[in-house]
Design a binder for this molecule. Structure first.
Ligand SMILES: Nc1ncnc2c1ncn2[C@@H]1O[C@H](COP(=O)(O)OP(=O)(O)OP(=O)(O)O)[C@@H](O)[C@H]1O
Ligand SMILES: [Mg+2]
Length: 355
């Protein structure tokens, strides 16, 4: 069942929780709502679930308008922020909850719970109370409880927020596998961009109730629609400069750090004299010998190691900070205080004009 959100809006008095959100989720796909705290993710999800009535706009599921349909009549499974299991019920009873409410007979109930326990690797834990389960196990119970009713739509609100990084990644991937296996159309709320990029088909980046960009992981990473998206997704250096010259195919930008770069004209709005910033991802920078083209001179301030990469924190001649993420074996023995030559990949840069 596909979902279509059209110009959805929710206000509380003069406060705008969600301004004007439109997005489509094709049958079987996953949309992530991604953005900082307070940007309207939960409000949007709860409107789709039917717990909050929109101020305006509409929601369609499988072609029918469900905007004002009561929550219990919608064909949705829901995993809440902090997953809220019933503390006095065992794992199996928690999973059974929706089936009981729907009047499913005992034998069938037990059979369906068994399938879920098995699928979510919870066999053997059926009789435990939530407090006797680890965070990851409780999480899987919450997912089982949402899936057991065979919903067409699955809505998840920061379901993995209490898990450590590793468990979070594996549970997320497992979730995405199940979602595909069941052919569920889902909306997944997170403020973790890595999580959104690794499991969602499409990502809606939100800020202050406003949709900033809708696209797949590589689109929002490679072609961020604005400076906010560029900064929120992944890590970013912003180097100040101005447009010096504009030709058919290329635009020359003079960086105040002392380098002129050529960017493809179609990605750069604006005309000569305009000031702005160039986005440069830390991984689009390498340490090199002096004398190469597209090289920035930097003073090394700090080097931090992050497993397979090293982050070189440096200062450019104009005083701007820069971070380069490079394989540690390419650091050439650089240490704080040293002068470094940083070669940048011009085709990985984006221009954001200042208004
Ligand atoms: N019942 C309400 N009355 C007034 N304002 C509300 C109400 N519910 C939410 N808001 C406001 O709407 C905005 C969006 O809230 P929402 O819960 O959707 O954010 P969120 O993106 O889920 O944030 P978080 O990541 O912290 O969970 C916030 O500014 C919040 O204070
Ligand atoms: Mg929320």
């Amino acid at each position: 069942m596909d979902i279509e959100i059209n110009h959805l809006r929710k206000t509380y008095g003069s406060a705008v929780a969600v301004a004007d959100l439109s997005a489509k989720v094709p049958q079987g796909q996953m949309l992530a709502l991604l953005g900082p705290s307070g940007c309207g993710k939960t409000t949007t999800l709860r409107m789709v679930a039917g717990f909050i009535e929109p101020t305006s706009g509409s929601i369609r599921a499988g072609g029918s308008d469900i905007t004002r349909m009561p929550a219990h009549k919608r064909d949705t499974g829901l995993v809440f922020q902090n997953y809220a299991l019933f503390p006095h019920m065992s794992a199996a009873e928690n999973i059974a909850f929706g089936l009981r409410r729907r009047g499913v007979a005992r034998a069938e109930r037990e059979q369906r719970i068994g399938v879920m326990l098995d699928k979510l690797k919870l066999s053997g834990l059926a009789d435990r109370l939530p407090r006797q389960l680890s965070g990851g196990q409780q999480q899987r119970v919450a997912v089982a409880r949402a899936l057991v009713i065979n919903p067409s739509i699955l809505l998840l609100d920061e379901p993995f927020s209490n898990l450590d990084a590793k468990l979070r990644e594996s549970t997320g991937l497992e979730m995405s596998r199940l979602q595909r296996e069941f052919g569920l159309t889902s909306i997944f709320v997170t403020h973790d961009q890595t999580e959104a990029m690794s499991i969602a088909d499409t990502i809606a980046v939100m800020k202050d109730g406003e949709l900033q960009q809708l696209g797949n992981a590589s689109e929002i990473y490679q072609k961020p629609a604005n400076r906010f998206v560029a900064d929120f997704i992944g890590r970013a250096n912003f180097l100040p400069g101005h447009i010096a010259d504009r030709k058919e195919a290329h635009v020359s930008i003079v960086l105040t750090a002392g380098l002129t770069v050529e960017l493809q004209a179609d990605g750069v709005g604006g005309s000569p004299g305009d000031e702005g910033e160039v986005l440069l991802r830390p991984e689009a920078i390498s340490v090199t010998d002096a004398g190469q083209a597209n090289t920035l001179k930097a003073t090394v301030e700090q080097i931090s190691y992050q497993g397979s990469i090293a982050n070189l924190h440096g200062r450019l001649p104009d005083g701007s900070a820069i971070v380069a993420s490079v394989p540690p074996d390419t650091l050439r023995g650089l240490a704080p205080g040293d002068a470094a030559s940083l070669v940048i990949r011009a085709n990985a840069m984006r221009w954001f004009g200042r208004r």
